[in-house]
Design a protein around this ligand. Sequence first.
Ligand SMILES: C[S@@+](CC[C@H](N)C(=O)[O-])C[C@H]1O[C@@H](n2cnc3c(N)ncnc32)[C@H](O)[C@@H]1O
Length: 914
Amino acid sequence: MNAVEIEEAVSLLAEQPFEAAAFPYAFLEAFGNKATTIKRLKSGSTNKSDLGGVLQRANIHIKVCDEGEVASTLDALRDSPATAQQKARFILATDGKEFQAEDMEGGETVVCEYPDFANHFGFFLELAGISTVRAIKENSFDIKATGRLNKLYVELLKDNPEWGTEARRPEMNHFMARLIFCFFAEDTDIFNGEDLFTATIEQMSERDSSNTHEIISELFRAMNTKLEDRPAGKFRPWAEVFPLVNGGLFSGSLEVPKFSKIARSYLLHVGKLNWTKINPDIFGSMIQAVADDEERGALGMHYTSVPNILKVLNPLFLDELRTKLDEAGDNKRKLLNLRNRIARIRVFDPACGSGNFLVIAYKEMRAIEAEINQRRGEVDRQTSIPLTNFRGIEIRDFAAEIARLALIIAEYQCDVIYRGQKEALAEFLPLEKANWITCGNALRLDWLSVCPPTGTGVKYRADDLFETPLDQAEISFRNEGGETYICGNPPYKGTKKQTPDEKRDLGVAVSDTIKDWKVLDYVCGWFVKAALYANVTTCKYAFVSTNSICQGNQVPVLWSVLERLNCYIFFAHTSFKWKNLAANNAGVTVIIVGISKDKIKSKRRLFETIEGKHIERGVDNINAYLTASPDVIVRKANCRSKPLGEMKLGNQPYDGGFLILSSDVLQGLSLNSSQQHKFTRKFMGSSEFIKGSERYCLWLDNESLDEAIEIKSIRERVDKVRSWRLASSRKGTVAMAKRPHQFCEMNIGTHSTIIVPIRSSEFREYLPVGLLGKNSTVNNLAYALYDSDLFNLSIIASRLHLIWIATVCGRLETRFSYSNKMGWNTFPVPKLTKGNKSDLTRCAEDILLAREAHFPATIADLYNPDKMPENLRQAHERNDEVLERIYIGRRFKNDTERLEKLFELYTKMTGGEQ
Ligand SMILES: C[S@@+](CC[C@H](N)C(=O)[O-])C[C@H]1O[C@@H](n2cnc3c(N)ncnc32)[C@H](O)[C@@H]1O
């Protein structure tokens, strides 16, 4: 169940008459527990309560009590040994009149009248596996409103299918935006009279809903008519009382979809919510899914938490404004200068969704301005921060509509907080006629037109808010001469996940600037466009992105160009989880990169999570891999310098499958043991090595070919390889038909082979490397070092090497993806003495021996992080200890230090080339 569905179920339960015996189960059901789980609890088999209540392990201990005993029952639940033993997260007591609950982790409580408990459903969302953020717990209005509006939206589309067509969807979305505005306005005295909008519809429309659309349309007409034009408009008295709102919101078509009885009652239901509680930043993100048929299942889930947004905005510019505020103290002139500066700041989010970054930026800037006004003794002063300085581009029209509305609501709410309700109301209507959110494709639009720098690029002025074609937001800023800050979390989309259209968008945005752009993630388009924009404006920018753009093969492609465009990373957050409300959502791993076109004088800010702790460091430089190291880009190297061995990709078959043999097929060849020994080998790739599965191959050298093809079963397979290769459209494969008994390469260790699989789970703490005997050959899903010294294995098995590979080779989805040219040939190693080599050889032997002790456990078993055998772990620890001492004379403190050292050595190693 998603949060919206849970809210609905909980509200339904709260509306029903209280039934003491059934309540605990109904409560758990409302939070998504399955019928079988409830059945087992009812039967007592999983109910662990020691108080005659219902205790679900790791979740909740509920007890229904006699009237007036709620507080003492909650005490009993808190003290109950079963609550502690079963690790109940929540305790809950109710008598049907009063409701009390406590979160055993944070100690927070809910105390309310029974029917009100539904308003606190956010408090219990963890019961459904949804980890909530504080804002939702404290204010579940946004989820509730999203759920109600969604019902209305779906019902209206049912009654008016033509409004759901591509042509009319924008109109439908615009209608919803109008409704949301009216609901907010009627609860905040913007409309004069309590619940004026909802009450008017309830009273004036027929109960059978037949004229609901006409009534609403008439109200919209009034909101679009100036007072002086009202007499000519011949309004009915009930419409006459509505103010002029407009600003484009109510101009244009006044057509309203028709309402069924159900839709009408949904509308009244939504209207009765208390819309003063709306959080424009949260609500906007949640409501977006309403208009998206595919996304609707995740309704209310897409919510970007305010602390995450502040991770972008604070270091980008807000922290600096706050520092200036501190420095200004009570100096009126300095405060005035700061206020003037703030008034000219433009914030631009070119993938703004429902505008949450813009809303938060606006609110934070208003808070700083309010403090200035307070210190200057001008608390009543009208704000100097124009909404039109908050620009956005958004491709989906509903989100763009909501973004504008969210900003309008945020402005009103700030006015109420900082200046008072009366002042807020006095200046709120009519809405300003300016279009500052552009609906369009950010990778195809000219950012200089959408967000023009001072005095240039303004082509024409839009004359209203909602009626101007949405791609024409080309208006100048109210206050000239300021800085621009670009921010947001644009769509990430790796190269393989991009649709053809998105690929073309990316091409349009970056192909003039970057040659090999096709390997790049979609989000790179925003970085490049921002870099180009910053080169002709006064601007800094910061985006949230997947960490793939700072790892592996994207780094040389993207960052060498960004460096040429004078991009200096002045702050960065290294990888962290960007969560939303989706149940069991592990969240995507993201980074935040803040870029300035000028080298900043102060230290750069590097935010990292080290061993679970969030740490900020001031560092001299942040490079493209987001480490505090010199600017260096790791590029593929074709060979490996000594003393490490040469690593080659395994043998590529190009054989149609006829040289490769499963165990059964091998049996079917009917070879005697000497023939088997002579003509076949174990065929090892990633899967065979890691999971221990067995495959074989024909391995025929030229000398023994004649003898081999005497054997019919071998000859037939060789013939089939020949035919398959001849039928290929690839020239190289056809050429290989001349030696059909062989692989493309015929590399094999005379004594031994070190195997390194290409792909490996990111959960393993070490890369899976192994040693094969001479009866095995490696296929092209792994790399091999043939007859190399064993200390190579020690290096590949080290933490140091894993960190390097994870950083410079990048990943396939989330798995490590090894590359010899990118990861092995570039790996910096200090000079190794004879003694070092023999120490490392011993460590490698110890690792292999430790594995042997668990025969026949596979590599997958042995390196399962939860089950790794202690002796193996210790062998790796010793290996790391010995290797790291060679690097710096002691163990590294953490991976950050490892990486910094490796980059330092790499810079030295490649010195002149970088
Ligand atoms: C990850 S969301 C972020 C939105 C918002 N900041 C939030 O946190 O909810 C990315 C947004 O970019 C929009 N988008 C995707 N491709 C776009 C494009 N080419 N141009 C403009 N916006 C785009 C999506 O519709 C979506 O609203």
